[in-house]
Write a protein that binds this ligand. Structure first.
Ligand code: UFG
Length: 313
């Protein structure tokens, strides 16, 4: 297939592009490089530096599909500056959908998020539970999901939303490089490398097995595999939605333990109050993605930490 990957200079986008290239697809990348990196090692990819609003200048009927990952994705920033998320995510994605329709491109895989569910308080999150985002980031992604449902019904787009849980790990040298870094595992690895004195545990009074928050960490390589399957399975006129996680929850303390084991370093961690807006537990049911995409994540938390650690060395 000939594919446009928006956000291909980002952490997840680059790994998705790498996998598509390895599978023999033709890959063009559209990225404005505000948070992404131009030096992602993706031999064979054609690069377009630009805004999503410019997608119409890149797309034509020779494209078989779009994988849309370009987005603003900081929960905290979305609370402080929601307008950036309405423009950067909702308006930009509408422009992209317009360009896809105008060019006659048939399929779209969209990177949605577990943040659309808010704090559901269920043991495993299935796709049919109510969506109640608790921040503008999640709300912006949910709005785009709604656009895709309507677009598929009205104009026949083959659309798939992939709702990522906590993405981690690396693919070779392709790794997470955010500034500022807010995510747990990269911050723990900074401490292991001696680049920060101590890690922070946000909240030790959650109603969980060890008092710290539980998340469903998913290896970025397994995640990329789901994108390939979604592209292949997308059906004209249908908007399919899949949660992508392992179905296994890991607490902050358990992640720290995994980092200590993998790195052999102490990784001192200070107990802090909860980070505002963090739910206690978010774990995916991967049943629908398994049933309809044949997708089964293969890599556990230890492998995520080990691969992220190796990519840093
Ligand atoms: N945490 C710490 N210390 C840190 C960083 C994080 O204890 O230094 C904790 C957080 O409080 C949370 C867990 O580790 O309980 C995971 O935090 P991350 O920041 O790594 O990830 P989040 O679960 O906050 O965010 C992820 C995605 C977001 C998405 C969100 C949906 O990165 O894009 O899930 O809830 F919006």
């Amino acid at each position: 297939m000939k594919l446009l990957v928006t956000g291909g200079a980002g952490y997840i986008g680059a790994v998705v592009a790498q996998r598509l290239l390895a599978d023999g697809h033709t890959v063009e990348i559209l990225d404005n490089l505000t948070t992404g990196h131009a030096n992602m090692d993706l031999p064979g990819a054609v690069w377009h530096r630009g805004e999503i609003a410019d997608a119409g200048q890149v797309l034509d009927s020779s494209f078989d599909g779009v994988v849309h990952l370009a987005a603003k994705s900081l929960v905290g920033e979305s609370v402080q500056h929601p307008e950036r998320y309405w423009h950067g995510n909702i308006v930009a994605s509408l422009q992209l959908i317009d360009a896809i329709r105008a060019a006659g491109v048939e399929r779209l895989v969209f990177s949605s998020t577990a943040a659309v569910y808010g704090e559901p308080g269920v043991e495993k999150i299935t796709e049919d539970i109510p969506t109640r985002p608790t921040n503008p980031y999640g709300a912006s992604k949910l709005a785009i999901d709604h656009m895709l449902t309507a677009e598929a019904a009205a104009h026949g787009l083959a659309a798939v939303s992939l709702r990522y849980f906590n993405v981690a790990g690396a693919s070779g040298a392709l790794r997470e490089r955010h500034d500022p870094e807010t995510h747990l595992i990269p911050n723990l690895l900074k401490v292991a490398r001696g680049e920060a004195a101590e890690a922070k545990i946000f909240g030790t009074d959650y109603p969980t097995r060890d008092g710290t928050a539980i998340r469903d960490y998913i290896h970025v390589v397994d995640l990329a595999d789901a994108h390939v399957r979604a592209l292949e399975a997308a059906e004209a006129g249908r908007h399919a939605i899949y949660n992508l996680g392992t179905g296994t929850g890991t607490s902050v303390r358990e992640v720290i333990e995994a980092v200590r084991e993998v790195t052999g370093e102490d990784v001192p961690a200070a107990e802090q109050p909860r980070r505002p807006g963090d739910p206690a537990v978010l774990v995916a049911s991967g049943d629908l993605a398994a049933a309809e995409l044949g997708w089964k994540p293969q890599r556990d938390i230890r492998e995520m930490v080990a691969d992220a650690w190796a990519a840093l060395q």
